[in-house]
Design a protein around this ligand. Structure first.
Ligand code: TA6
Length: 298
C-alpha cells in the first residue's frame, strides 16, 4: 500500500503538486502551474491529463479506461518499454512491454521557472527479469509548463548490451478525427499494419477515413497535428527517436476494444514518439539512451 501522506510530505509542493489516491487504488499526482495543469498516475508513470489554462485538454483519455493493476490505462501517454507492440519472440508477453504495467517510484519534484518537473524511476527486479533478462534503471522526467516535455532515460546496468524498442504512445484530444491533418512525414517510409505490414512511402499529409496504424521509420523530424474543429495545431517535437507511429482504431476496432468507447475514436489520434520495428535501440554495457518528446500548442 502506497503512503499518500508520506509522498506529500516528501514530494508535495504547496500550490503546485499534490498526491491523491485514485480509482482502483492507483495513486496519482496533480500538478498546477501558471500555464497548465496535469495529472500523472504513479502506475505506469502515466501522464493522463495535460491542459493549458483556458484551453481544451491536449491529451485524450477513454471514459472506459481500466484502472486495474495488470491492465494499461487507456489514453494519455502510455510508456511503452522495453518493447513496442508484441514481444518479438513471445507474443504471450504483454503488448508494449511492462513499464506501463508497473508502479513507478517518485524520485524528485521541483519547480523550474514556470513549470513543475517530476522524475519517476523503475528498477529491474525479479518480475521484470522473468519477462526480460536485463538489468536496468529507468528514469522518466515529466515537465509541465507552457509545453509538455517527457523524457525516458534508460540506463543499462549490465555488462552486456541491451536491445529495446519503445514509444511515448501519446493519445491526442482532437475535435473530430475526420477534420485532422497530420503533417511532417511526407516522403517517409512506413510499415502499414493495416496492409500486413507492407512497406510504403508517405505522400503528402495524413488524413483519416478508416483504421490507420502506421510505423514511420528512420524519421527524426517533428510532426504537426492540425485540428480544424478546435482551430489549433499541436506540434510534436522529439529527440532520440527514429520512428513515429500514427494510429486511429476507427469504428470496428473501437467497438471490439473493451476499454475504448464505440465512438471515442472520433476525438483522438495517436502520434507516438518511438523507436519501433527496424529502429531498434542498442545500449552498450553500462550505457544509456534518452527518448524525448515536447508537445507544443501553436
Ligand atoms: O501504436 C499503435 C498500436 O500498436 C496499435 O496497433 C494498437 O495495438 C495500439 O498500439 C494500442 O495498443 P494497446 O495495447 O494499448 O491496446
Amino acid at each position: 500500500m502506497i503512503d499518500i501522506q508520506a509522498l506529500n510530505d516528501r514530494f508535495g509542493i504547496h500550490g503546485h503538486l499534490v498526491f491523491k489516491d485514485g480509482t482502483g487504488g492507483l495513486p496519482f499526482l496533480e500538478i498546477q502551474t501558471k500555464h497548465a495543469e496535469a495529472v500523472v498516475s504513479l502506475y505506469g508513470a502515466h501522464v493522463m491529463k495535460y491542459v493549458r489554462r483556458g484551453e481544451k485538454p491536449v491529451l485524450w483519455m477513454s471514459k472506459c479506461s481500466f484502472f486495474e493493476p495488470g491492465k494499461p490505462i487507456r489514453g494519455g501517454i502510455p510508456v511503452c518499454w522495453p518493447w513496442f507492440s508484441a514481444h518479438p519472440r513471445d507474443h504471450a508477453k504483454p503488448l508494449h512491454g511492462f513499464a506501463r504495467l508497473r508502479m513507478w517510484t517518485m524520485l524528485s519534484s521541483t519547480v523550474v521557472d514556470d513549470a513543475v518537473e517530476i522524475r519517476l524511476g523503475l528498477l529491474a527486479d525479479e518480475g521484470s527479469r522473468s519477462l526480460w533478462p536485463h538489468g536496468f534503471q529507468v528514469q522518466y522526467t515529466v515537465t509541465v509548463g507552457p509545453t509538455l516535455k517527457t523524457e525516458l532515460l534508460v540506463m543499462n546496468t549490465d555488462a552486456s548490451e541491451m536491445q529495446c524498442t519503445a514509444a511515448l504512445h501519446t493519445y491526442f484530444n482532437v475535435g473530430s478525427i475526420r477534420d485532422v491533418v497530420v503533417s511532417g512525414l511526407d516522403g517517409v517510409e512506413y510499415l502499414d499494419k493495416m496492409d500486413g505490414g507492407t512497406r510504403k512511402r508517405q505522400e503528402g499529409d495524413i488524413t483519416f477515413d478508416r483504421e490507420t496504424d502506421r510505423i514511420y521509420l528512420d524519421t527524426t523530424g517533428a510532426c504537426s497535428i492540425e485540428d480544424k474543429k478546435f482551430r489549433r495545431t499541436i506540434r510534436v517535437e522529439k529527440t532520440g527517436s527514429r520512428s513515429t507511429v500514427v494510429w486511429n482504431p476507427w469504428i470496428l476496432k473501437s467497438k471490439k476494444t473493451q476499454d475504448f468507447g464505440d465512438t471515442e475514436y472520433e476525438t483522438m489520434v495517436c502520434v507516438e514518439t518511438a523507436n519501433a520495428a527496424d529502429d531498434i535501440v542498442t545500449i552498450p554495457p553500462f550505457g544509456s539512451h534518452r527518448l524525448g518528446s515536447t508537445i507544443v500548442i501553436e
